[in-house]
Design a protein around this ligand. Sequence first.
Ligand code: ADP
Ligand code: MG
Length: 314
Amino acid sequence: MTLHEFDIIQAFFNNQLTQRSDVILGIGDDAAIVTVATDQDLVITTDTLVSGIHFPENTSAYDIGYKALAVNLSDLAAMGATPCWVTLALTLPTADVFWLKQFTDGFFALANRFNVQLIGGDLTKGPLTITVQAHGLTPKNSAIRRSGARPGDLIYVTNTVGDAGLALKLLQDKNAPEQILKKLCRPEPQITIGEKLRGIASAAIDISDGLAADLGHILEKSETGASVYVDELPLSNEILNLISHDDAIQLALNAGDDYELCFTVPENKSTLLKTALYGYAYTCIGKITETKTLDLKFKNGTLYVFKNQGYQHF
Ligand code: ADP
Ligand code: MG
């Protein structure tokens, strides 16, 4: 099957459900045109997924399409931004119609849920690589940065951590629970929580490289340290059913790909936080300190000795 580049774009990328009124010109020209209200800030992020590195080569096209968008929306969530537009640069070894259908089904399933419109992109031939650029909006000066954590702030994590790390180990296992695999293949960008944290969280990050490493980025940018109780880390029932508590803690701290949010909140905003996140799952795991180190311990005071840091690309 050979399809012309423009036929592919027309057939797979230009028949979207989501049509936003702030898109003046979408796919089809040399560039897209969008409009931003004067009381908003535009928040921009980009992330690339390379086959064999960011996902196993046998990952389904649907999951690849979903995840390529999800990891970018997750970065916007960590900034407290509301996603609105994306561009997609796709490098494909062949123009396989079946693959493209599955890929775009996964991509647009998520895009439509968050009212995100694809406004442009690029199509090239080569080893399978997907680059998404995502654009989000916040009210002026309200995006949440990594640099705002202060000593005394409480540290929180959404939902549970470690599940995606376990899923990666269980990929070849036919008995692996669906819930665990889903955390790896179809991570949920925590957009709503991110939006609700505007004006409340002093700092935030999404957990892509492992909680210890990602919290480390907040500490570095905020020039602070932290004290974390490893026995407060939120672990799923699924993970506790499958591996020991110690191994679960190890995964929760070191394994990447969870795409939960880690954020800090000044203690005097605890009540605001409770109201804002009513009905959502989040857990306090420790406190920001002045020490400039990340101290991991058990609630009984024993130090936790941890083995390695999060995923490093180089
Ligand atoms: P140019 O050569 O000017 O860069 P292209 O021929 O690459 O333009 O693309 C034509 C139009 O199709 C552009 O509006 C571009 O943004 C869009 N486009 C190309 N590839 C994709 C894609 N994978 N997804 C969405 N839009 C795309
Ligand atoms: Mg051009």
